[in-house]
Design a protein around this ligand. Structure first.
Ligand code: PBG
Ligand code: ZN
Length: 341
């Protein structure tokens, strides 16, 4: 569009330079947002251990606790009353001797995830129940797949095991499974597994498609006890310096049948969220504001550098601006208080 400038008096100030009248009222400021944060976009992460009445603070994740299958119910009940619509479950085996080479405990029918899916389905009939699918919380070595002797990943058995776990969560009643392992080809195996079990029309597969390796998962690994016992996750989580591989991973997961995609972390990867909003424009796109990002904002607020509520809005509005429709966020309880709808 070619603009023909109209001038106020001299040639110096075009009339179109005058913007402030467009946002001088709280409502007109809101009108300047393409999209508004609403409660139905928020997915709340819950850490659930095999100690049924646990209620332990997680020191590196302010305001977050780890619960057991019993104690989590009254806690979530209060949030549901405030408008909580969706949760994502992470299982944390604390009992000694539970972890093994292949993560057997991940889909233990008596384990915390499957028990919580069933309890939540009964207690909270309108709550959308998602399950993170990974092996790192349950493997003796702390990696997200099954390993060769030399410590490298064995792709095929890893993907088969992850698909089996996902199907068992869906059988227990999960509305969505979200594989965070980053093994190649797992979306296809999960989708086929759901089809073979007759659950393909009951369970949404939300792929952690663009998950970058880096420094922002520390508090989560404290909470979940899922740090690798040797090495790091660089052979399967994406290198953060480039965007091409992330775009290929997004397209790959769509081709394999993902119903929605996750980009994580979020604040430092808004360009990838924006790429996804174009590449995957017909799919719900989810930003994961990860544990390290959350802890950093709390630390900055404690130091008096930022106002916590203000910075939380800025961060989460940024995800929407970039193109996300959903947000996995540890700030969910606060936003349920801060948002009207
Ligand atoms: C498990 C998993 C992790 C996160 C989500 N699922 C940790 C990791 O990959 O090491 C991170 C979430 C967060 O930091 O909030 N694979
Ligand atoms: Zn993992």
């Amino acid at each position: 569009m070619v603009h023909k400038a109209q001038y106020i008096k001299s040639k110096e100030t075009p009339i179109s330079s005058i913007l402030q009248g467009g946002y001088n009222h709280p409502l007109s400021r809101e009108w300047q947002q393409e999209r508004q944060l609403t409660k139905n976009m928020f997915i709340f992460p819950l850490f659930i251990s095999d100690d049924p009445n646990e209620e332990t603070d997680i020191p590196s994740l302010p305001n977050m606790k780890r619960f057991g299958v019993n104690s989590v119910i009254p806690y979530v009940s209060k949030l549901v009353d405030k408008g909580l619509r969706a949760v994502i479950l992470f299982g944390v085996p604390l009992k000694p001797g539970v972890k093994d080479e292949v993560g057997t405990a991940a889909d233990d029918p008596n384990g915390p995830v499957i028990q919580t899916i069933k309890n939540f389905r009964k207690n909270f009939p309108d709550l959308f129940i998602m399950c993170d699918v990974c092996l790192c919380e349950y493997t003796s070595h702390g990696h997200c797949g099954i390993l060769n002797e030399d410590g490298s990943l064995k792709r095929e058995p890893s993907v088969q095991r992850i698909a089996a776990v996902a199907v068992n969560y869906a059988k227990a009643g999960a509305h969505s499974v979200a594989p965070s392992d980053m093994m190649d080809g797992r979306i296809r195996d999960i989708k086929l597994g759901l089809i073979n079990s007759g659950l393909e029309n009951k369970c949404l597969v939300m792929a952690y498609s663009a998950k970058f390796s880096g420094n922002l998962y520390g508090p989560f690994r404290d909470a979940a006890g899922s740090s690798p016992s040797f090495g790091d996750r660089k052979s399967y989580q994406l290198p953060p310096g480039g965007s091409g591989l992330a775009r290929r991973a997004l397209i790959r997961d769509l081709d394999e049948g993902a119903d929605a995609v996750i980009i994580k972390p979020s604040t430092f990867f808004l360009d990838i969220i924006n790429d996804a909003s174009k590449l995957c424009k017909d799919y719900p796109i989810c930003a994961y504001h990860v544990s390290g990002e959350y802890a950093m904002l709390h630390a900055a607020a404690e130091k008096g550098i930022v106002d916590l509520k203000g910075i939380a809005f800025e961060a989460h509005q940024g995800f929407l601006r970039a193109g996300a429709r959903l947000i996995i966020s540890y700030f969910t309880p606060e936003f349920l208080d801060w948002l009207e709808i």
